[in-house]
Design a protein around this ligand. Sequence first.
Ligand SMILES: NC(=O)c1ccc[n+]([C@@H]2O[C@H](COP(=O)([O-])OP(=O)(O)OC[C@H]3O[C@@H](n4cnc5c(N)ncnc54)[C@H](OP(=O)(O)O)[C@@H]3O)[C@@H](O)[C@H]2O)c1
Length: 285
Amino acid sequence: MQSLTLSNGRPIPQLGYGVYTMTSEEVERCLPEAIAAGYTHIDTANAYFNEVAVGRAIRESGARREDLFVTTKLFPQSYPYEQCGPDIDASLERLGLGYVDLMLFHQPYGDYVSGWRAMEEAVRAGKARAIGLSNFPLHKVDQILEVATIKPSVFQVEINPYWNQHEYKAALASRGLEGAVFEGWYPLGHGDKGLLAEPLFQELAEKHRKTPAQVVLRWHLQEGNVVFPTTRSAEHLRENLDVFDFELTADEMARVNALPQRPYYVVPEDAPDFVLTHNDYSKQA
Ligand SMILES: NC(=O)c1ccc[n+]([C@@H]2O[C@H](COP(=O)([O-])OP(=O)(O)OC[C@H]3O[C@@H](n4cnc5c(N)ncnc54)[C@H](OP(=O)(O)O)[C@@H]3O)[C@@H](O)[C@H]2O)c1
């Protein structure tokens, strides 16, 4: 598995397995198969309500903890400093893996400024090896940078060929975060057939004897993104891993990067309802 290096010096596998929208039953069915197929990076969140199942599936997989990279995320209800430490501990307890390789603030709302101190304490206590932000617009990243003694090392945002985030990446580099790692959600367009049916990906798939999904994943790897496509299909699970034996040319990368840009989801300035109503992560099978 190809890896990037985080600012803490540790490797982060560039291709992983995401479990958003998966029930605990689906996680217990699919995750062991993913680990057996060679996935070593798993992305979950307290708001996915499947941390317990993720931890159980990992422990039962027989994989060594140190060979896996596990991420979880906190929703805004957990951010106020007094709440953040206990909620980090609660996630660790649900996962039952001792520590997480990466802990993220999931959504850019609420008291993320005071909570960041608890995230730093989690790093110092060995509970989280790295910390970062998901879906944070630049002005909210700046608020964190003003108080941070440990800077966010990972930014998880929507990235796919229709929203390549070149401007966001450049803006963070100009803030002294050139070593930051970017993780892309909706890497394959969240199941939108339109992205994979894009004629350019059909053409490149034929040329490289790969599928359009593999071409898109190859683009991500060459862009330096970390991605963890979700799949419940054993065939897609293997297909998505089989992207290390071909390369897109510089001209092909440029053609992908010339596609018109539009995000699937625009992160609102104020918290949307689905953020405000999420709670009680203890209710997990
Ligand atoms: N931080 C955030 O706010 C945030 C938001 C969204 C997602 N995420 C993370 O990103 C991960 C991925 O996001 P996502 O699941 O929303 O989007 P995605 O990975 O882009 O899309 C998943 C969809 O693609 C299909 N698919 C997977 N492999 C395929 C292949 N080889 N060929 C054709 N179709 C394929 C899957 O269907 P099949 O099951 O049929 O394969 C599923 O419908 C999540 O699990 C989560 O970890 C984070």
